[in-house]
Design a protein around this ligand. Sequence first.
Ligand code: SAH
Length: 361
Amino acid sequence: MLRADAIAGDTVTVVGPRERTLGSALYSDRSQIALRMLARGGEPAGLDLWKGRLDRAVRFREHLGIAASACRLVHGEADLLPALIVDRYDRWLVVQALAQGVDRLLPEITQLLVERLQPEGILARNDPRVRLLEGLEQTVAVLHGGIPDTIRVQENGVQFEVDLRRGQKTGLFLDQRENRAAAGGYAEGRVLDCFSYHGGFALAVARRAVEVVALDSSADAVDRIRRNAALNGIANVTAREVNVFDELRQLERSGERFDQIVLDPPAFAKNKAAVPKAIAGYKEINLRALRLLRPGGTLVTCSCSYNVNEALFLDIIHEAALDAHAPVTMLEKRMQARDHPVLVGVPETYYLKCVILRRLE
Ligand code: SAH
């Protein structure tokens, strides 16, 4: 039951049948998710609750022994901090407030982060489109200290240059860190990294490969792959500005073969209506990649569409393997990195699937 005088972004008391207090929640007057539960029963849902949960979220990441200077510190619902994202990039933080209630609390949350972590700067990357569903504007603003135009972070010993204001997501795809390391374990010979962005996978596998070809349709991304390769003194990575769908066909026509292929496309199914087209897209790239793969080679194939669940993704892979006449074994079934945990019971939080396959013949 909602009180008629609740205002957008209020922390409200949720009352069940027979006037029983169920807990506290953040209220949104626009989203289909009207209430995001914060606390159960009569537990207070003030700033102390946010402070305690922020501290626990940070301590958990500190405990993981992450081999990188960039990682996610707060992953929203999965840290019981609904609609709040906090990513660390070395000495800087990037936050996202994805619901009215968190947006309203952002000054207090900023203060708590400053006290706990003493960052040199905090940037609000409040430009994701989901904010529009909350009736919130899309903005990018410095909340504390200063944010340089580019900063450098390292992941598994590889340096990356990041533009926190303009990069995708909060700058990098931090959720793939552990999958990049896993891919590195199988790298050899010629590697093809499709949808490379800033060369995350390409640079992670380069030291174990003879040659890496990185593909991305964005000129800025390709430029950044080249600069990141140079930054690391890596000379065996070539980056090409192409459409992966066209290029896979072209590579097949010219008879090229690879020992490892990575497929990490953007979410093809951003909503349920897009699922049929997404299935066709995933099927196509997986089929073509399997054809380009030498027997004995590995395919690292990902989907970050939560509307395509694991079972469906595995079905698509199976069909692609049948059509490619490529018998494959599954070596690893992976997901987003542990600093982006899945909240059991909330399937939307299991969005990133990463399957590592070996082509037998
Ligand atoms: N693998 C990357 C993240 C990939 S994000 C990492 O580890 O960091 C998806 C990338 O796909 C974006 O950089 C986007 O520019 C690119 N992209 C989207 N559609 C594409 C297409 N049809 N062909 C090539 N690249 C595409």
